[in-house]
Structure formats: C-alpha cells, structure tokens
Design a protein around this ligand. Sequence first.
Ligand code: G3P
Length: 217
Amino acid sequence: MKFFVDTADVAEIRSLAGTGLLDGVTTNPSLIAKSGRKMSEVIAEICALVPGPVSAEVTATDHETMLKEGRYLRAIAPNVAVKVPLTEAGLRTCKVLAEEGTPVNVTLCFSANQALLAAKAGAAFISPFVGRLDDIGQDGMGLIADVVQIYRNYAFKTEVLVASIRHPVHVLQAARLGAHVGTMPPAVIRALFRHPLTDKGLEAFLADWAKTGQSIL
Ligand code: G3P
C-alpha cells in the first residue's frame, strides 16, 4: 500500500520524505488555508520535495472554471495530480483532464456508486472519506471494501485512495482490504512506527549491551 501524507505543512513533509517511505501528498483547501501560504508556492515546494503525486484541489464549482484551475495547477509541476470534488461538474472536468493526460484525484466520495462514476470518468485516484462516514455512524471501511471489489470486477485502473484516515486501525483495515493508497495526517504515519514492546525491548538490549563494555565501531 502506498502512503501519502495529508497536509500542506512543508516542514512535516520534508521530515517524512526523509524516511524514504512517503509515496505522495494530498492537500485540500482547508489544509492550504491552515498553512497560511499562497497555494501555488506551497504546491511547488511540496512537488520539489516528493517525487510522487501531489494532489492540488480546484475550488471552482462550475466545469469551465474547474478546467482552467485544473490546467493551471497541473502546470505548476509534472507531479501535480488535480483534485476535483465528486460532483457532476467535477466528473466532467475529470474526464477532460484525464484525456489530456493529467492524473485526477476525485475527492469527497461517500458512496460506491460515486466511486463507479469516478472510475468511468477516468480518475487516477478515488478518495472515499472513511473518517467522516464513521463520524456519522456509517461504515467507512465497508465503503472501501465495496469500491475495491467493484473496481476489481471491471478491472478499472483507478486507485482506491483511502482518505480521512484518523488512526492506525484505519490503515490496517485499508491494507487488509487491498486499497492502493492511504492518505493520513503526519501524526498517524508517525504512530505506525511505534510499539511499546519495541521501546521496552530496545531498552533491555541496550542495557545488556552497555554491561559488555563493547562498541561495534
Ligand atoms: O484530504 C481529505 C481528507 O483526508 C480529509 O480528512 O480528517 O478532514 O476528514 P478529514
């Protein structure tokens, strides 16, 4: 499973990119607003740090303006993936951009039928929001299972990008279901490294090692 980080915080992205485990980045208008910076500058900086796809989201709601915004964003760097919302105008825009060779991430997906439409529109990625479905008492991971199955049934190339991940169990469930990508906040990625028994075991190994008086180098 590919790991994308869901943030527009360049310092966080730089730090996570240093692990060599980061496959891409997703942003959205709320995350750009939180950065307090000009969108085109932030996206250009992120694209220079991470070679994988960097999602930059349009903010227009009509097809013509979405298309102009999508082309503008795509011109920022060759690894920009244009993000469009799952609306009729968004999918029209997705189809045109995809035909032009632009990878499109269709976002704000909350049903399997929406995901089916996005695949038919040529999306490179579909972003079902699991956390926001869980928040309202619906089954976020059930949606991922459906979308993975439906895409397999028809051999769609669209990758299932699990979004709105809130905790490590979401990551585990997404991986079990065979989702292609998970995008998650930096804190969730960092939490994946940790286990109390790793810390405890390392502490004991190092204490025993210190008693030997040896050093490897
Ligand atoms: O970027 C889209 C998605 O990952 C947002 O997550 O936590 O705001 O529901 P969240």
